[in-house]
Design a binder for this molecule. Structure first.
Ligand code: ADP
Length: 401
């Protein structure tokens, strides 16, 4: 079975064609600048990469070009479109409606549309991606994997804010979280690796640390709490995002800067986090280099990030009544040894220690960096959201064939 995984953004569309027999991508790529002048597609298959410049006025044109490229006799990966058995779509927001992936039908499309106001930047693009695929492949089963579905199992106490309750019932203001597919994948991979049944009391804290970062507490295989909030702006400070912030600061700054709330939220999203603190970059490699050259604010930004992550780890261990495993994943979690060290050291009181040698030279794939005598396992697990979407899609598509 071959599954096409689609991740549609406002002006981009990333894809992977996954052969489920091997669970490997046989082609991957993305269309960029959709609806803008100078649009192009980058495509990788058979060990070769090509860039194709072509006008893509909308997402349907992007899907058409993607499919044409996938069957191209020179750089394609399949002979005919009929080889695509199902399509899995990454969709940002289910508004807490679904706790798992679902086959797309009219009702699911309605849920997607009802949640546009909760994810105005991404959800319309996700819907466009689905509609574009339906137009070109009307008879192929399609599945939606919602980015926050894994967090739908949080208890009320973790997702209701200290606001008037009607703001939740009337306006749906609550914690939704993000990166759910990644937290679900790495927490279940951790259980598999350790040979434990996740549903039998397994408590894991998953640290998805990338350009956007979130931490989740996963108990009995279900999300118990997560750091991202109503939107992906909450939680730990990130590349350019503030993380949690006292809302009174916004009123204070609106007066000082003479700007409106929209502009302030833009600043909180785009000009804050480690980039805002350091004035250097949102990329942790740049910050590490700058810090080595004595840049105090670069080191301060790293310290703030590490400190905030450590606090979430400690609070989630308290919330779950302990922790059996801590997982690091995503760009920073998988590659930045200093961040892992800063978060996981001095936690001996919680039964956590890491092996600094292994942490500094991790092997590819799942890497156990647990220190000697540590009660809590510490693992690096490469995330693979596309594979989760492909697995869910294959399973649901098989059920209708
Ligand atoms: P996104 O949220 O965009 O998916 P990623 O998970 O790809 O982000 O993470 C991107 C971040 O990972 C970069 O901003 C960079 O800070 C960090 N990163 C990637 N590789 C390394 C590395 N070798 N060392 C330190 N940080 C890295």
């Amino acid at each position: 079975m071959k599954v096409l995984v689609i991740n549609a953004g406002s002006s981009s569309l990333k894809y992977q064609l996954i052969d489920m027999a091997t669970e490997k991508a046989i082609a991957k790529g993305g269309c960029e600048r959709i609806g803008l002048p100078g649009s192009f597609l980058k495509h990788k298959a058979n060990g070769k990469e090509v860039t194709i410049e072509s006008a893509m006025p909308d997402h349907t044109a992007a899907i058409e070009l993607t499919l044409k490229t996938l069957v191209d006799e020179n750089h394609g990966a399949i002979k005919s479109m009929d080889e695509i058995d199902a399509v899995g779509h990454r969709v940002l927001h289910s508004g807490g409606e679904y706790d798992r992936s679902v086959l797309i039908n009219d009702e699911v499309m309605k849920v997607c549309e009802n949640n546009i106001e909760l994810a105005p930047l991404h959800q319309p693009a996700n819907i466009k991606g689905i509609l574009a695929c339906k137009a070109v492949m009307p008879n192929v089963p399609m599945v939606a994997t919602f980015d926050n579905a894994f967090h739908a199992t949080m208890p009320e106490k973790a997702y209701i804010f200290g606001l008037p309750y009607e703001f939740y019932t009337k306006y749906r203001v609550r914690r939704y979280g993000a990166h759910g597919t990644s937290h679900r994948f790495v927490s279940s991979e951790a259980a598999k690796y350790l040979g434990v049944n996740p549903e039998e009391g397994f408590k894991v804290i998953t640290c998805h640390l990338g350009n956007g970062s979130s931490i989740a507490a996963v108990k009995d295989g279900k999300c118990f709490d997560t750091s991202m909030s109503f939107t992906p702006l909450g939680g730990v400070p990130m590349g350019t995002r503030t993380g949690d912030l006292d809302p009174a600061i916004l009123e204070y700054l609106a007066g000082k800067l003479n700007v409106d709330i929209k502009e302030l939220v833009r600043i909180c999203n785009k000009e804050s986090g480690v980039s805002g603190v350091s004035g250097v970059s949102s990329d942790f490699r740049d910050l590490t280099n700058a810090s080595k050259q004595g840049n105090h604010r670069a080191q301060l930004a790293l310290d703030i990030f590490n400190y905030s992550c450590k606090k979430f780890v400690g609070s989630y261990a308290a919330a779950m009544g302990g922790v059996d495993c801590i997982v690091f994943t995503a760009g920073i979690g998988e590659h930045d040894e200093a961040v892992r060290k800063a978060i996981a050291t001095d936690l001996e009181y919680m039964g956590v220690s890491i092996d600094l040698e292994k942490n500094g030279n991790p092997t590819d794939g799942i890497c156990d960096i647990t220190g000697e005598g540590s009660r809590v396992k510490v693992l690096i697990i490469p995330t693979n959201e596309e594979l989760v979407i492909a697995r869910d899609t294959a399973e649901l598509a098989s059920s209708v064939k």
